[in-house]
Design a protein around this ligand. Structure first.
Ligand SMILES: Cc1cc2nc3c(=O)[nH]c(=O)nc-3n(C[C@H](O)[C@H](O)[C@H](O)COP(=O)(O)O)c2cc1C
Length: 486
């Protein structure tokens, strides 16, 4: 499988093509030091054989930001070093930190924007990135990633919403790209050419003032020209459309661009893959073979493999899918796809992040702070007397399915649905024995079954299949008969 092929990135041998992109855990204190829980979180990915682990955004400077890792001073190095030693002692996963600079925000809804930064402050940012990169190298990371995405400082310079009027200003694309160029020079000065430096940036900002794929192709080319060792694509996550909750600081993921960044259950799988494909083709066409990585609902191994085989990507980034199941890669290697704990994109993790609460997964056992340890030999739950006794009932909120509690140790139930002749796919993971489907269209036929899953994804046999065809409204019946599709 292409997913399991190694990839060498500027001398860093990544054992497979799966990255866990940066995901804030809110497991650090306000002091920004590595805690046992943070170290455990990243070791868990190493146990699951994730190829490239990107440790959550860590601040290169001293601004307040609630619970967030920090790398702005030497005192943070020992904790990071210890965590990296544990990760490297666990498997041949590689690990890089995501280095972030962000501007000030206040509970009033006010936020600092790039046009408010003085030239001295810009110079300091350039230095701070270089110094943080040097600390990362000293702390035993295999490389670094620059956070040039979402609502943060570097991305806000590259953004077409940049309102500066000087040489770092939004008047030209070259001006917008000046700071990342300076930062790359500074980082190379501190860590040299032989240390992998990836850049995360946006394939589309998804805000009205923002840039789209048209600029993103050119930005990707420039990043390659600047010597980026990989490009990791994200989208959205901007402050421009953030929704302000009185009494709280603005959260960059609270508007539509935030929805696009961490797309929930209503969005289709692999929804941003076409952007990656275009950027990759464009940059390759200009002679640069920098690996292109992208995220966005790529947690179905078949979809991820196809993205690699068809040349749309060089590596897949899976955030929430690997939070749900850090053993994803190991299970793919073992051919145990059926045992993957499938992320249902409920976005409880996103809400926890926004509330500055420890980020966990809804599908984990209640109260768990980490994904449960792998247990290959556990017995799967089963249905009493061999069937789940599913009942269906139509109500004002849609179709409600109910079933019996499974025997064994069910932690959650995967609800599968197929439309007309389509394939059965998980539509939700629930912790009760009930599911309501409010998205059905009259005249379509639907089939459902349910599987009971234990904490590490061992699933019961599918329950009996139930069929349901909601009626076509009378206004559509005559037309359907006329054209012969009734
Ligand atoms: C809880 C949470 C925290 C995140 N924190 C970061 C972060 O620190 N830096 C970053 O670039 N992206 C962050 N992201 C975005 C993810 O890296 C990823 O791009 C996004 O979730 C889409 O990928 P997915 O569909 O595989 O989850 C975060 C996402 C989630 C759900």
């Amino acid at each position: 499988m292409k997913l399991l092929e190694p990839l060498v990135i500027n001398g860093m041998r990544v054992p497979n093509r799966v990255m866990v992109p940066a995901m804030v855990t809110r497991l650090s204190g306000e002091d920004g030091f590595v805690t046992q829980a943070i170290s455990d979180r990243y070791v868990r990915y190493a146990q699951g054989e994730v190829g490239l682990i990107v440790v959550e955004a860590m601040a290169i400077h001293g601004s307040n930001a609630g619970p967030l890792l920090r790398i702005g001073e030497d005192k943070f190095i020992p904790g990071l070093k210890e965590m990296n030693a544990r990760i490297h002692g666990t498997s041949d996963s590689k690990v890089v930190p995501q280095l972030i600079h962000f501007m000030k925000i206040s509970k009033s809804g006010w936020r600092q924007t790039v046009d408010m930064l003085s030239i001295e402050e810009i110079e300091r940012i350039v230095e701070q990135f270089g110094q943080a990169a040097a600390r990362a190298r000293e702390a035993g990371f295999d490389g670094i990633e620059l956070h040039n995405a979402h609502g943060y400082t570097l991305a806000s310079f590259v953004s077409s919403a940049n309102k500066r009027t000087d040489e770092y200003g939004g008047t030209t694309l070259e001006n917008r790209l000046r700071l990342i160029g300076r930062v790359m020079e500074s980082v190379r000065r501190y860590v040299g050419d032989d240390f992998p430096v990836g850049i995360r940036y946006l394939a589309d900002e998804f805000v009205r003032e923002g840039y789209t794929i048209e600029d993103a192709r050119l930005i990707g080319l420039r990043m390659a020209q600047l010597g980026a060792d990989y490009l990791s694509l994200s989208v959205g996550g901007k402050f421009e459309d953030a929704v302000h909750t009185p009494g709280h600081v603005l959260h960059a993921y609270s508007g539509y661009s935030g929805d696009r960044c961490m797309p929930g259950a209503k969005y289709p799988p692999a929804l941003h893959l076409a952007y990656a494909e275009q950027i990759r083709a464009f940059v390759r066409g200009k002679g640069y073979d920098v690996p292109i990585i992208a995220a966005g609902k790529l947690s179905d191994p078949r979809v991820a493999e196809e993205a690699l085989v068809s040349g749309k990507l060089d590596m897949v980034a899976i955030a929430r899918g690997l939070l749900a199941d850090p053993d994803w890669v190991r299970k793919v290697r073992l051919g145990a796809l059926d045992r993957i704990v499938e992320c249902d994109y409920c976005n409880v993790c996103k809400q926890l992040d926004g509330a500055h609460m420890p980020v966990t997964c809804f599908l984990w056992p209640k109260g768990a702070m980490q994904a449960p340890a792998a247990d290959d030999a556990a017995a799967a739950p089963n249905w009493p007397e061999g069937n789940a006794g599913i009942t269906v009932k139509e109500g004002p909120n849609g179709l409600t399915l109910k079933w019996k509690k499974a025997q064994g140790s069910p932690t959650y139930y995967d609800v599968y649905r197929a439309d007309d002749e389509g394939e059965m796919r998980v539509v939700d993971g629930v912790k009760t024995t009930m599911f309501t489907d409010s998205g059905l269209l009259g005249g379509m036929s639907y089939r459902y079954y349910v599987r009971a899953c234990d904490a590490t994804g061992h699933a019961s046999a599918p329950s009996e299949v139930v069929h349901y065809t909601p009626p076509l409204p009378s206004a559509a019946v005559a037309r359907a008969e006329t054209i012969g599709v009734a």
